[in-house]
Design a protein around this ligand. Structure first.
Ligand SMILES: Cc1cc2nc3c(=O)[nH]c(=O)nc-3n(C[C@H](O)[C@H](O)[C@H](O)COP(=O)(O)OP(=O)(O)OC[C@H]3O[C@@H](n4cnc5c(N)ncnc54)[C@H](O)[C@@H]3O)c2cc1C
Length: 466
């Protein structure tokens, strides 16, 4: 079928939505990953009704046309880049909050609902949806499910995967399945629900999501610790956990990041510090007071030269501004940032940080390291310039070494950002040939014609390396 006929057919399949091509489709070629995505896809299809997704997939499957499901396009792994012969299926028009069920402590949403909108809606009812990716003002719940997104509260509350109770999924051939539901317990059949979470749009299109919500914590306390070295800060992380306190959040900023943030936001950070730890404990008033004291004591015991607790909401916001602005602040230092999320067991954080420093020195590239120290998920961020091919080569070598170091330390390529196109060359190093074979068989079983998000997550057989 020719391009014109394909586009005309798609227009007929989404009467309440939109189909656009050419220049209007160009912004949908890439995502938030630097140096990914180029030419406009064949078409962007933005359905206004859920039932139209089945028809679009059935048609594309019959014609062998690649379909790239897309939320807000904020992923950092080249997850929604689309080729010129592929269709982008933008589900962000399906954005209704369908229900908040206070009796079962669940919320049911369409996939295009923005994450922060769900937060606000449940908070208005005294409830809490903990997964909080830094992009939540823009990212969609569908994108969060497909990436298995994390956030700052992973240490105590876990990540998106831990909150998904039910999904409606349209399969590659247009058939619809429902997985899970509102029940707390559910062990019927294979755990297809968990298979779908983190599948990056390669196994099905999520059209409805039921999440678990929890009662909102009574109060919160933010604490900042200033350390001379990253090693001292890492020891303080270990000591907090050894004290049997599990903060909601325990974030690290290294010296490169501290200086970039201070330069950007002038929020009064000590630019001579080697590292900062930002912690937040939450829960019942009495427990929070006790836990905050234990966190402060642990910071001091590991040599923190200053420990500050927020006394009001303004101070709390000030402490968190340092963390919230880290990505934007680092992005001002050089034209291109390559932000990774290789993750190690929390006890190996000091070794990982040392490995990243060595990689930075060897390749003569600044790397700012910040992130979720409490759950081992750091974001080493290479500051580079994509216009300089020689420097980009060094940056790519540095990325490969960061992944190598994480795997060596018993970690994983991605804690929350997914594999997409960016990390697929390293999949073999993590899973081995047999592990990749299982991935390929699962993909072939659910998407035999390979139309869903083609080329993402699984390296092609010929070029898998590592
Ligand atoms: C500044 C910034 C900060 C960030 N901070 C965090 C963070 O703290 N934690 C974190 O985990 N991530 C973070 N991210 C990454 C990103 O926001 C997340 O991966 C997010 O989940 C992507 O959501 P999205 O709606 O933009 O999805 P998209 O980028 O549009 O898509 C992501 C993936 O989901 C698939 N997909 C989208 N919708 C569906 C659907 N309905 N059905 C099936 N597949 C679908 C796509 O095919 C793609 O593979 C950050 C990104 C930025 C730019």
């Amino acid at each position: 079928m020719g391009e014109g006929k394909t586009v005309a057919t798609l227009r007929g399949l989404v009467p309440g939505g939109g189909v656009f091509t050419g220049e209007l489709a160009l912004p949908y070629a890439g995502d938030a990953t630097p140096a990914m995505g180029g030419r406009a896809p064949l078409a962007v299809v933005r359905p206004g009704r859920r039932e139209d997704i089945s028809a679009v997939l059935a048609f594309c499957n019959a014609e062998g046309i690649g379909v790239v499901p897309r939320g807000s396009g904020t992923n950092l792994s080249g997850g929604v880049t689309a080729a010129e012969d592929q269709v982008v299926l933008a589900v962000n028009g399906l954005s209704r909050l369908l229900e908040i069920d206070e009796e079962n402590l669940t919320a049911t949403v369409e996939p295009g609902l923005v994450t922060a909108a769900l937060h606000k809606a449940v908070e208005n009812r005294g409830l809490f949806y903990p997964p909080d990716p830094g992009s939540m003002a823009v990212s969609t719940l569908g994108g969060n499910v497909a990436e298995g997104a994390g956030g700052l509260r992973g240490l105590k509350y876990g990540v998106t995967r831990d909150y998904i109770l039910g999904l409606e999924v349209v399969l590659a051939d247009g058939r619809v399945i429902r997985l899970g539901g509102k029940t707390v317990k559910n062990v019927s059949g294979y755990d297809l629900l968990r298979l779908m979470v983190g599948s990056e749009g390669t196994l099905g299109v999520v059209t409805e999501i039921t999440v678990r919500v929890v009662p909102a914590p009574e109060t919160r306390q933010a604490i900042l610790g200033v350390f001379a070295t990253v090693d001292a800060a890492a020891s303080a992380v270990a000591r907090v956990i050894a004290e049997k306190v599990v903060p909601a959040t325990l974030e690290l900023l290294d010296d490169v990041t501290i200086r970039a943030v201070e330069d950007y936001s002038r929020c009064g950070l000590p630019t001579d510090a080697g590292a900062l730890l930002l912690a937040e404990v939450d829960g019942m008033v009495e427990a929070v007071a006790r836990e905050a004291e234990r966190v402060k004591a642990a910071f001091r015991a590991e040599g923190a030269r200053e420990v500050r607790a927020a006394t009001d909401a303004r101070e709390r916001d000030q402490i968190w501004m340092a963390r919230r602005t880290a990505v934007s602040a680092l992005a001002r230092v050089r034209p291109t940032i390559m932000l990774e999320d290789a993750t190690v067991p929390r006890s190996r954080i000091p070794e990982m940080v040392r490995a990243v420093s060595g990689i930075s020195r060897r390749h003569n590239l600044p790397i700012g390291t910040f992130g979720h120290a409490g759950d081992g998920n750091l974001h080493p961020t290479i500051l580079t310039d994509r216009r300089d091919p020689e420097e980009m080569k060094r940056a790519e070598a540095a990325v490969a070494e960061i992944f190598g170091a994480a795997l060596e330390l018993g970690g994983t390529l991605s804690g929350e950002h997914g594999i997409g196109l960016a990390k697929r060359p390293f999949m073999k190093a993590q899973f081995g040939e047999a592990g990749l074979d299982v991935h390929r068989r699962v993909k072939a079983a659910l998407d035999p014609r390979g139309i869903l998000n083609p080329g993402k997550l699984i390296p092609p057989e010929r070029v898998s390396q590592g």
